[in-house]
Design a binder for this molecule. Structure first.
Ligand SMILES: NC(=O)c1ccc[n+]([C@@H]2O[C@H](COP(=O)([O-])OP(=O)(O)OC[C@H]3O[C@@H](n4cnc5c(N)ncnc54)[C@H](O)[C@@H]3O)[C@@H](O)[C@H]2O)c1
Length: 374
């Protein structure tokens, strides 16, 4: 671990290079002062990861509309944080230099732009925004302010995805040509915050309404899309999707969908999703010289036409992905180096989710022209 002094020196040099204003605060021991906005279900994973990185960070502030949630979270912190019910007040807090945004998707655009303009670095939960225009705003504001933003798609740091990327990059199956991914999960957690469904007059989980969540593909499948785009490494050129609400009632985010994507380098993706099954996901990556298969948390590989063999790796149940993501984020903050999950990088998987929604709603093929360059 670096000392606080050398870390501050590194930060200062990096910031000067970027021409950005220095972050407001590091504690006297060089920790990054962190403010968490949205203390619902997902914040537990963030606070747990931050608790393992206390030499690098200190949670100095919390914000939620519900004080009871903040009080519960604060009880597990070593020092009492400031507590705010208005996130704009948290953004004025000089003891916060990095903000963690863990609110429902419809708030990400507004909160991220405000945080960047307040001079904060940002750990932003996925999805980065609800549509391409908003996502582009975030990319542009990140560039303009020179802040470090990581879009929290932690699967990048899971051992399974890391091993798959390593195998593909090593050339073990030759150039990738086709990816098949199926994800059959159960319904959204009923404990999530409720918002008003104006059509029915009922309070429902924000994930069931597209104005609040964007779409199921954006809210859930984005993780798989991020994994695919990190392997394919080539822009989307054409996409067609189909889907709808076939199992549940009174919701407008889809419970089933299928997405076909062509990438510029010739790779094809075939993706399927439902949220009325009891779990189960499958991934198949086929290259010119073999294939990688993941099923039930296990990884297999076949090379040169040979039989599938187990490819050992630590399964997905390890909870180290968030810790690894934060460790790299804090390093990026110290060195003023863009995150591998920067808003710019997060645009590619987001395009697949946005494109699936456009394709289904407008009953048409989506192409690269739907996503003008930033
Ligand atoms: N990376 C992952 O694997 C993963 C998993 C689950 C959720 N998420 C993401 O995390 C985010 C939050 O999801 P969740 O499951 O925790 O939802 P949630 O409904 O449980 O929590 C959201 C919290 O935000 C608070 N909130 C709402 N409006 C607010 C405002 N204006 N100011 C401050 N706080 C406000 C709510 O009171 C609630 O406590 C979403 O973006 C979701 O997509 C990511």
């Amino acid at each position: 671990m670096e000392s606080g002094i050398s870390r501050r020196a590194v930060v200062g040099a990096g910031i000067a290079a970027l021409g950005a204003a220095p972050a407001h605060t590091q504690t006297s021991s060089g920790q990054v002062g962190v403010g968490v906005i949205g203390v619902g279900l997902r914040s537990g994973a963030h606070l747990k990861a931050l608790a393992q990185l206390r030499s690098e960070s200190k949670v100095t502030a919390l914000c939620d509309l519900e004080s009871a949630r903040m009080a519960k979270a604060a009880a597990n912190l070593p020092a009492k944080p400031e507590m705010y019910t208005d996130y704009r007040e948290l953004l004025k807090d000089k003891n916060v230099s990095a903000v963690v945004i863990v609110t429902p998707g419809y708030l990400h655009h507004e909160m991220t732009l405000a945080a960047l303009r307040a001079g904060k670095d940002v750990m932003l939960e996925k999805p980065m925004a609800l549509n391409y225009r908003e996502a582009v705003d975030i990319v542009r504001e990140t560039r303009k302010t020179g802040r470090i933003v990581c879009v929290g798609m932690q699967r990048r740091y899971s051992k399974g995805d890391t091993e798959i990327r390593r195998l593909v990059e090593s050339g073990a199956i030759g150039p990738v040509k086709f990816i098949n991914c199926e994800e059959y999960r159960n319904d959204w957690n009923p404990q999530t915050a409720k918002v008003l469904d104006k059509k029915t007059g009922k309070m429902v989980s924000w994930r069931m309404l597209s104005w609040a969540a964007g779409s199921s593909e954006l809210e859930f499948s984005i993780h798989a899309f991020a994994m695919v785009t990190s392997i394919v490494n080539s822009p989307l050129i054409r996409l067609a999707a189909s889907g709808g609400v076939v199992h549940y009632k009174e919701r407008d985010t889809r419970d089933v969908s299928s997405v076909l994507v062509d990438f510029a380098n010739g790779v094809r993706l075939n993706y399927a999703f439902t949220c009325f099954a009891r779990g189960g996901s499958k991934l198949l990556i086929i290259g010119d010289n073999g294939m990688i298969r993941r099923e039930g948390g296990k990884l297999f590989i076949s090379k040169g036409g040979g039989a599938l063999q187990p490819a050992p790796f630590t399964d997905e149940s390890d909870d180290g992905a968030e810790v690894r993501m934060y460790r790299e984020f804090f390093q990026n903050v110290r060195e003023r180096k863009p995150s591998p999950l920067s808003p710019e990088a997060a645009l590619e998987p987001s395009k697949i989710a946005f494109g699936a929604d456009i394709s289904i709603r407008e009953n048409r093929i989506v192409t690269a022209k739907d996503f003008p360059a930033v």
